[in-house]
Design a binder for this molecule. Structure first.
Ligand code: NDP
Length: 334
């Protein structure tokens, strides 16, 4: 059965990754919706999409659309998800699911009530590197995990230096853009839940309007593990990484906080250093494969609505911790 898609949002991420991932899973992109009719038409023409509209209801009324991919700016996700659920469409929604926890719950609950599949597009848990680290930990190869460090300070390319750095109302800022991915990746790799966080932010000049362009956090997890994260839009040469340190060994991964299936993972223990093999499959292709399977009734999406609620809860706790200078509990409402 071919899954037929409608795109809500004429976005960069859909153009660069998701349309391709739909095609690779034998899906079809039937229509795109943009707030601007001209942009919708141009985007459709440039990406081989047969239909374009500036009317959400018209897109959702199409009987030849089974699922929608919501990749508009963040303040729009909630209402668009609720409308899609009411129209009986399966939903792949970008992170953050919303700007408040109540809104994220409302979107996920609407999908539940409608009986449609809801997924959050947290791509990193689909990376072979992170999957290999999760399996190594489950197999006991580093003993009991005690600490993790996430290096996710990158440089926002000039083409993306728009709403992320100047529009608080659109959900800009590095916390909702990048730190939420750290939360999801830590949860996935460690199979653990963040419980409380302290944080400091930086506004170094790239971001304006009171938005942060870098953040560091220290997090305590349910198991007692402690973690650090560093996210930025402003670090041109830092490189990314992910480390987990356990009682019997350490996992040290380089270049893995990225959209590409690249990087390396090394296990270091009493016997020395050993590279950890992993697959280099496209992250978004894997995510769309799991989503299509979930629509067919085969398992769960890679990241569910609940995962999206949990990563947003982390992001909101980080923001509050930075604002107040206090440790803040990660309250998910789940
Ligand atoms: P874009 O800035 O490319 O697109 C977001 C919205 O901006 C679009 O829906 C579009 O509105 C509007 N827009 C785009 N180009 C123009 C333009 N030239 N003039 C005016 N408006 C324009 O955002 P991204 O693709 O970077 O991000 C979209 C969403 O995806 C966000 O929620 C983000 O957090 C998430 N994201 C997730 C990633 C992941 O790997 N999971 C990676 C990157 C982003 P309209 O539709 O009305 O045309």
């Amino acid at each position: 059965m071919t899954i037929r898609w409608g795109l809500i949002g004429a976005s960069n991420i859909a153009r660069e990754y998701v349309i391709n991932a739909i095609r690779h899973n034998d899906g079809e992109t039937v229509a795109v919706m943009s707030a601007s009719a001209d942009r919708a038409r141009d985007y459709a023409a440039a990406n081989g999409i047969p239909n374009a509209t500036d009317d959400l209801d018209a897109l959702l009324a199409r009987p030849d659309i089974d699922a929608v991919y919501i990749s508009t700016t963040n303040e729009l996700h909630r209402d668009q998800a609720i409308a899609a659920a009411k129209a009986g469409k399966h939903i792949l929604c970008e992170k953050p699911l919303a700007l408040t926890l109540a809104d994220a719950h409302a979107a996920v609950n609407a999908a539940k009530a409608a009986g449609v599949v809801f997924a959050t597009n947290h791509h990193l848990r689909n990376a072979g590197a992170h999957r290999a680290m999760r399996h190594a930990i489950q197999d006991g190869r580093i003993g009991r995990p005690l600490a993790a460090r996430v290096f996710h300070a990158v440089y926002l390319p000039p083409s993306l230096q728009g709403w992320r750095i100047n529009a608080p109302a659109a959900g800009g800022g590095v916390i909702l853009d990048i730190a939420v991915h750290d939360a999801d990746t830590l949860r996935f790799v460690l199979d653990d839940e963040p419980e409380s966080v302290v944080a400091i932010t930086q506004s170094s000049g790239m971001a304006s309007a009171g938005l942060e362009d870098a953040v560091m956090t220290s997090v305590t997890f349910r198991s007692g593990l402690i973690a650090q994260t560093h996210d930025a839009f402003t670090a041109q040469y830092a490189g990314t990484g992910f480390e987990v340190h356990g009682t019997e060994g350490s996992l040290i991964a380089h270049d893995v906080m990225t959209q590409k299936p690249i990087g390396s993972v090394m296990l270091r223990n009493k016997d020395g250093e050993h590279p950890l093999p992993f697959d280099h499959n496209d992250l978004y292709v894997r995510a769309l494969g799991a989503f299509h399977a979930a629509i067919r009734g085969e398992g769960q999406p890679a990241a569910t609505g609940e995962d999206g609620i949990r990563s947003l809860a982390f992001g909101l706790a980080v923001a509050e911790a930075a604002r107040t200078g206090m440790a803040v509990k990660v309250e998910t409402g789940l």
